[in-house]
Design a protein around this ligand. Structure first.
Ligand SMILES: [Zn+2]
Length: 146
């Protein structure tokens, strides 16, 4: 997807939604993440009989991208079957996105393909990220006395 559009990315997320494995919630979600080189990775929610082991569509898509060597992203689109509201990423997914930067775009769509755009920063203000961990590097572990 060298010349991408939000509409095309939303379309990809809607296609991924078709693969949703959600026998418990019956709440289908799809996501499509656009890597900086133009590659698109899709994901769907994958539920589990042990509920907490389930995975959201956004984290599925991002994990697929990272496992294929991509860590820089331009945008992610999210689709569900909700007709009257834009699908919003859960808190865990916002944090998962933030790991790879806070200045990229999140297209939250309705089932008709219309969307609302927010950045990761807007969805997760005052976030904790990799830079915060590095800020602690000045403190040597040798400073810690038993
Ligand atoms: Zn989530």
């Amino acid at each position: 997807m060298s010349s991408w559009s939000p509409e095309a990315l939303v379309q990809k997320s809607q296609e991924a939604r078709e693969q949703a494995y959600c026998p418990y919630s019956k709440f289908r979600v799809g996501a499509a993440v656009l890597a900086s080189d133009g590659t698109v990775f899709t994901g769907c929610n994958v539920e589990n009989a042990c509920y907490t082991a389930g995975l959201c569509a956004e984290r599925t898509a991002i994990s697929k991208a990272v496992s294929e060597g991509h860590k820089s992203f331009k945008a992610i689109a999210i689709a569900s079957d909700l007709e009257d509201r834009f699908i919003s990423p859960c808190g865990a997914c916002r944090q998962f996105m933030r790991e790879f930067g806070s200045q990229w775009d999140v297209y939250m769509s309705k089932s008709d393909g219309s969307y609302k755009l927010m950045t990761v920063e807007e969805l997760l203000p005052c976030s904790f990220g990799p830079d915060d961990l590095r800020a602690n590097e000045n403190h040597s572990t040798f400073d810690i006395k038993p």
